[in-house]
Design a protein around this ligand. Structure first.
Ligand code: SF4
Length: 334
């Protein structure tokens, strides 16, 4: 007779908030509603949010992802094209207008707020310092709100140490929305030490969702043998959560996109697992990962809740008459 082997016990500390923020939710809704209202195909410039599951799910519904507008064939120019949640340089809507395209801008309102803060600095004659990661689409979009030569990118404290502006007394800064709160505070401090007249934006550029997810991870990570962040390798906010977990005391931390990616041999003996998800990671994948652990461990779930979020952003005016049902979003929300 086979004697059943008892599963080892595992406490899963599930962070709250985690996963979709209001900006990501809105961006996905925009594509779903455009498909419902205008029919396939709907073009999307760049990954709508940095998550393969979301992109592939929308592709299955009829979305076509392109990197540039000239990839849209002439016979589909009457179909909508959606700009991603990360925001786009000013030249993109200008180009879309020149091509007579029907575009729907899914830029997160909190990214648009940073664009306005940067433009305000520039209008008041300040040279703009953007703290962010080179090459990230949000950084490209924010820099593209300003005339060339009026914005400089600073990524690290080392960059802040060597940055030499033409007029040190006339500077204003903004930041990417998804940075590490603690690292960014260090970069700002160094810039302020060097340039005492540096002007801050009227409100923090790092968004509520980034801040809340990092705080929840900070609270949950101490004592965790392993901390899993559900998210993509090109998701800035997800990568920051991995770093935050390690700094806050998790023994080990990793990004996971799907349960099938987990290397169980590498997981080894663990008693406490921390679990969170980046702002672009769907809840269905969090559930999938919990189920995968349940199959191998006798799990008990603890909620590590830092705050409850109630933010909600309206979709574009043209899409508001189209009804969005719970079923329309069940493939991501579960
Ligand atoms: Fe908007 Fe923040 Fe979400 Fe980015 S992470 S889409 S800025 S709410």
């Amino acid at each position: 007779m086979d004697i059943p082997i008892a599963k080892p016990p595992l406490t899963i500390r599930l962070c709250g908030p985690r996963g979709f923020c209001a900006g990501v939710d809105r961006a996905i809704q925009i594509v779903v509603l455009a498909l419902k209202g205008y029919g396939a195909p709907v073009y999307v410039r760049h990954e709508i949010v940095h998550n393969r599951y979301v992109v592939e799910g929308l592709e299955a519904k009829g979305a076509i992802f392109v990197e540039e507008l000239d990839e849209i064939p002439p016979e589909h120019r009457q179909q909508p094209v959606v700009f991603s949640a990360h925001g786009v340089p000013k030249s993109v809507p200008e180009d879309a207008t020149a091509r007579n395209l029907f575009f729907l801008d899914a830029t997160c309102p909190l990214v648009s707020k940073v664009h306005k803060q940067a433009m305000r600095h520039q209008r008041l004659g300040r040279h703009v310092i953007l703290i962010g990661h080179a090459g990230h689409p949000e950084v490209i979009g924010t820099m593209g709100q300003l005339p060339e030569g009026t914005v400089s990118l600073v990524e690290t404290i080392e960059d802040a140490d060597v940055y030499e502006p033409a007029d040190p007394d006339n500077l204003g800064f903004v930041t990417q929305t998804t940075l590490s709160v603690d690292d960014t505070a260090g970069v700002i401090k160094r810039l302020q030490e060097r340039f005492p007249n540096l002007t801050a934006p009227s409100a923090d550029s790092i968004c509520y969702a980034t801040t809340n997810r990092q705080e929840a991870v900070k609270q949950a990570a101490p004592g965790c043998d392993l901390f899993i962040v559900v998210g993509a390798p090109n998701s800035s906010n997800s990568k920051r959560l991995v770093e935050v977990a390690l700094r806050a005391g998790a023994q080990k931390s990793m990004l996971v996109q799907r349960a099938s990616e987990i290397d169980w041999a590498d997981i080894g003996d663990i008693a406490t697992l921390g679990l969170s998800a980046g702002a672009s990671a769907p809840e269905v994948i969090v559930n999938e990962i919990i189920e995968a652990f349940k199959a191998r461990f006798a799990t008990s779930l603890e909620l590590a809740e830092f705050s409850i979020e109630n933010e909600h952003f309206l979709v574009n005016r043209e899409l508001r008459p189209i009804e969005l049902t719970t079923e329309d979003m069940a493939w991501v929300n579960g």
